[in-house]
Design a protein around this ligand. Sequence first.
Ligand SMILES: C[S@@+](CC[C@H](N)C(=O)[O-])C[C@H]1O[C@@H](n2cnc3c(N)ncnc32)[C@H](O)[C@@H]1O
Length: 214
Amino acid sequence: MLSKRLMAIADLVDDGSNIIDIGCDHALIDIYLTLNRHVKCIATDISKSSIKVSHDNVEKYDLSDQITLIQTDGLSGINIDNIDTAIISGMGTSTILKILKGYKFNNLIIQSNNNLKSLRFEIIKKGYVITNEEIVYEKGRYYIIIKFCLGRKKYRYIDYFIGPIIRLNKRKMDRNYIQHLLNVYKVMLSKTPKKKIVERLFLNYKIYLLTSIK
Ligand SMILES: C[S@@+](CC[C@H](N)C(=O)[O-])C[C@H]1O[C@@H](n2cnc3c(N)ncnc32)[C@H](O)[C@@H]1O
């Protein structure tokens, strides 16, 4: 029922959690978690049509009593007192950071569509550590899912850039992802004019970092 990406997100949720899925779109992850992992779910979306689709899906599985659906922008109007885990997936980093501004959860499970370095940096700055990272390759695209938990730890630039768990893992998927990033930055470098010295230096530095862990 779940795509590889959604299953990887679900796998990072602890059994019995109280979660909020912000930007649920279809609520498939909430249905799966309620049926299989005994979680309590609030699923929200800014879009009326997404809430309608979610509502129809939740009804189909007869879970209306167990999954609360709310149409709202981010977390506005929501009481988060009993929620321990927030899931945000399929949005860009700036939207994710805007939604989380002023809020804290014990656990965050995030799959951002862009700018992972800023995402890691800004969330860690809010008082979190990275406890897990998963890479999913689906339909020709890499998705990175990051689990943050409350805590403090010092990280280096390479950790924000590549991910502290991905950097240390030696699984085939991690190596393929690092090779993919290397190819992306090499192409960027080849397209950056010689006179853009600072940009080229920075790209060369990133290529150096990626090569050093390959
Ligand atoms: C690409 S979908 C991802 C859906 C689902 N989370 C997933 O990973 O498959 C992004 C969803 O986020 C919702 N969204 C965007 N900005 C939002 C916001 N500020 N507050 C709540 N939902 C938002 C959109 O309406 C859309 O349904």
